[in-house]
Design a protein around this ligand. Structure first.
Ligand code: SAH
Length: 223
């Protein structure tokens, strides 16, 4: 069974081995400190605790997964949140990524389409004392307009395109980190930087494999 130190070592190693793609030989000390502090074993499904510090995704029920620690760390680093920032996350899932962000940002707003998962995540935040995370059950394609604008937006499921409302709800100068591509096909981790005027800047970081950000047709089966 691995421990948290091994998980951090694995993240460092994978950061180095992907540096030629990401341009990052190391992640920020603040991100690594947050990865050390949040107890991942509290976010995995019952019985999965022995695998909580493996550098891989794990099932959390409802056909969903808690993302791989390296990907969580990389996306957090790419987002570059500051302690005063308001961050929007789409795809609460277990709440692990939200918890990491809660240590690095001011307020975290997180939207999850599967109600059971958002209820479980909210209970976890309450139990573990993460007081600056706000959870909503809803369709992430629409963002969370009532709380906009955001300093940064992070999407933790793969969308076939970048949903327009997420760009609209981002402040100029803010970043959107999102895996884009069809489910079970080639997906790319994209960083969009919103410009005050003119075209937004787009950077492709790395090939990734995420569960899909389900669209309205698929949403029907959850409601
Ligand atoms: N950030 C999560 C990873 C969750 S996996 C974690 O740290 O555990 C992606 C999540 O996105 C799943 O829970 C899935 O239910 C959710 N999701 C899929 N489509 C969505 C949509 N349209 N709106 C909001 N959430 C969605």
């Amino acid at each position: 069974m691995k421990n948290i130190h091994r998980m951090l070592e694995d993240i460092k190693q994978e950061t180095q081995s992907t540096a030629f793609l990401t341009g990052r030989k190391a992640l920020s000390p603040e991100v690594m400190a947050a990865m050390r502090k949040v107890p991942r074993e509290q976010f995995v499904a019952p019985g999965m605790e022995p695998m909580a510090f493996d550098n891989g995704p794990l099932p959390i029920g409802y056909g969903q997964t808690i993302s791989q620690p390296f990907i969580v760390a990389l996306m957090t680093d790419l987002l570059g949140a500051k302690l005063t920032d308001r961050i929007l996350e789409i795809g609460t899932g277990s709440g692990y990524q939200s918890a990491i962000l809660s240590l690095l940002a001011g307020q975290v707003y997180t939207v999850e389409v599967i109600e059971d998962l958002s209820v479980e995540a909210a209970a976890r935040f309450e139990k573990l004392g993460y007081r600056n995370i706000h959870v909503k059950t809803g369709n992430g394609y629409e963002g969370w307009p009532e709380q906009a604008p955001y300093d940064g937006v992070i999407v933790t499921a793969a969308a076939p395109y970048i949903p327009e409302p997420l760009i609209a709800q981002l402040k100029a100068g803010g970043r959107l980190v999102i895996p884009v591509g069809r489910p079970f096909e080639h997906q790319e981790l994209i960083v969009l930087e919103k410009q005050e005027h003119g075209d937004n800047k787009l950077g492709k970081i790395l090939d990734v494999a995420f569960v899909p950000l389900v669209d309205k047709d698929h949403l029907k089966k959850w409601h």
